[in-house]
Design a protein around this ligand. Structure first.
Ligand code: ATP
Ligand code: MG
Ligand code: FE
Length: 334
């Protein structure tokens, strides 16, 4: 089964061809990072215009690299939401047009579910049930899944998403956008103990997280140090912030694994590309005897192969979308 996946939920214009839900024949991602960098973040209007320009060439390239033609496809899959409405609409319109013209089924995919399916590309034999932690620019979702059609949201952020916190703290520190990779680079030369930060989570009560207090603590401690004339190194702040975020995520994720008594924990989303996070989760999983799956970094950030992978299981159960569906910026999971 050959599925063309299309992803335009944020600032990546992406198309991919995936066979049988796991074999990546092509995975083309055109990032708009350089365009949005001068604004310090994604500008929605600019993003949708750029998707409009880039999507057709990106789809053509995905087919070419896969060595297939439109006639070889079995379905067209697209991100329906959540994401930026204008951006989502560009991908959805393209997918609908293709499905209509080629007489192929249209498959509407949930973006966060797609992030989880990056694991199915990297590890073809993922077994249910599992807990998944999706840490991205807009989400910090803990998910309990018992089958391909039963994904339950068990925890989320009460304020900022983990990636959003990385981006905001990076901006405060004068680092470039996107903040996650910038903070990770600085943190390598930093000492987390040199700039201690509070955890500020209500532990043990639920699987929700909060990161806006941590962001405020960084700003407050920085100003406090400056007033006292203490010298603060950006590297130390980055290392401490990164370590604190990872510890908070770990506590919540492993608590969920215990509470739902699952043998497997999946990580996904852009923040899961973070080297410190990957290392800490790996060590903890070994200590606790948990089977931990993390996609390679390139499949953690937005791409269309994960959309096609998620769509494959919807294809198998005939979960097709009518051509009348619309994009949903706040599409709920499940
Ligand atoms: P969502 O998936 O919630 O709609 P999104 O699609 O914008 O949001 P992703 O593309 O999955 O999010 O991830 C982007 C986020 O990941 C950004 O906030 C970015 O700073 C963060 N990120 C990327 N690489 C790293 C890294 N190495 N360390 C920490 N954060 C990272
Ligand atoms: Mg992005
Ligand atoms: Fe994403």
């Amino acid at each position: 089964v050959l599925i063309l996946g299309i992803e335009t939920s944020c600032d990546e214009t992406a198309a991919a061809v995936v066979a049988d839900g796991y074999e990546i024949l092509s995975n083309v991602v055109s990032s708009q990072v350089e365009i949005h960098r001068c604004f310090g973040g994604v500008v929605p209007e600019v993003a949708s215009r750029r998707h409009l320009e880039m999507l057709n060439p990106v789809i053509d390239l995905a087919l070419k690299e896969a060595g297939v033609s439109f006639d070889d496809l079995d379905a067209v899959a697209v991100t329906q939401g959540p994401g930026l409405l204008g951006s989502l609409l560009v991908g959805l319109m393209a997918a609908k047009s293709l499905a209509f013209a080629l007489k192929l089924p249209l498959i509407a995919v949930h973006h966060i579910k797609a992030h989880v399916y990056a694991n199915f590309l990297a590890y073809p034999r993922v077994e249910f049930p599992f807990v998944a932690l999706v840490v991205s620019g807009g989400h910090t979702d803990l998910i309990y899944a018992t089958s391909h059609s039963d994904f339950r949201l068990i925890g989320r952020t009460k304020d900022d998403a983990a990636g959003e916190a990385f981006d905001k703290v990076a901006r405060f520190l004068g680092l470039e956008y996107p903040g996650g990779p910038a903070i990770e680079r600085k943190a390598r030369q930093g000492d987390p103990a040199a700039f201690p930060l509070p955890h500020l989570q209500r532990t043990g009560e639920d699987f929700d997280t909060s990161f806006s207090g941590l962001k405020t603590a960084v700003i407050y401690r920085w100003r406090q140090a400056q007033e006292k004339g203490e010298k603060v190194r950006v590297e130390d702040v980055a290392a401490s912030f990164q370590a604190t975020v990872v510890e908070i995520l770990q506590e919540k994720a492993f608590a969920a694994v215990r509470a739902f008594k699952v043998p497997t924990l999946l990580l996904a989303g852009g923040v899961a590309a973070n080297g410190h996070l990957r290392a800490r989760f790996t060590t903890r999983a070994q200590e606790e005897g948990i089977n931990l799956l993390i996609p390679p970094p390139a499949l953690c950030t937005d791409n269309a192969a994960m959309v096609a992978a998620a769509a494959y299981y919807q294809f198998l159960r005939g979960d097709f979308a009518p051509l009348t569906i619309s994009a949903e910026a706040g599409l709920p999971l499940g």
